[in-house]
Design a protein around this ligand. Sequence first.
Ligand code: ADP
Ligand code: MG
Length: 247
Amino acid sequence: MLTIENLHAEIDGKPILKGLSLSIGAGEIHAIMGPNGAGKSTLGYVLSGRPNYEVTEGSVTFDGQDLLALAPHERAAAGLFLGFQYPVEIPGVSNLQFLREALNAQRRARGEEPLSGGDFIKLARAQAAALGLDPEMLKRAVNVGFSGGEKKRAEMVQMGIIAPKLAILDETDSGLDIDALKAVGNGINTIMRQPDKAVLLITHYQRLLDYVQPDFVHVLAGGRIVRSGGPELALELEREGYREMAA
Ligand code: ADP
Ligand code: MG
C-alpha cells in the first residue's frame, strides 16, 4: 500500500530524513518509535504534504500512485489520513460542519456524490456512539474547550467518518488517561484493522501498543529506520531505551 524508498527531506535547508525506507502492506499495523527529534513527526508531515518540508531525494508510492506528486488535498482524497500530535482548535466551526465539509470535499474529489445532511448526521452519530463520544459534542466548535481525551476521541470519530485507507497517527497517545487510551486503541482497531486498510502509529512510548497490537515495529533514529522487528521490539525499547540506537 505504501512504499517509501530512500527518502531524504529537509526543513529550512536542514536535513531531517536521511535515507528512510519503509514498506507497509494492506492489513498491516506498523509502529514507528524513536528518540525525540529523530524525525518521526517530520515523516508524517512529509507524507501529508505539509508546506516547507522539502523532499530532496527518494520516492513514495501510495496505492500505485506517486504520492509526492499529489497536492495535500489529493493525498487525502486518495485515502491518506494524518492524525496530529496537537489537534487544532477552530472557533466558530462546529465538528459537524467541519466533518461534513471534509468528507464531501473528498467524495467530490473522487467523483462521488456528496452525502446529504440527514445521511451525514446518521453516520456521524453512529461513529460518535461507537467511540464513546457524546454526539452532542459534535455540535460544539472543533476542539474548543475539549479535554485532551475528548480531542482524541473526536479525532477517532473524524477518522471513522473519513474512512481512510492509510492512517498515520502521530503521538495519538500523548497526554491521555487510561480510559481515553482504551477508547483510542479501540477506535484504531475497529476502524482500521481491516484487510484493505493500514496504520502507521508514531509513538514515543509502548503503552498505546498494549491496546493496538502492531504487526511490525520500527526504530527511527538519525533520520532513517535503524531497526525493524515484531511487537517484542517495542517491549525491548521500553526496557532498554534508545541509547544504542542513536545514529
Ligand atoms: P520527532 O517527532 O521524532 O520528535 P521531529 O520530526 O519533530 O522529531 O523533529 C526532527 C528534527 O527536526 C528536530 O531536530 C527538530 O528540531 C527539527 N525541526 C522540526 N521542525 C523544524 C523547523 N521548522 N525548522 C528547523 N528544524 C526543525
Ligand atoms: Mg514528534
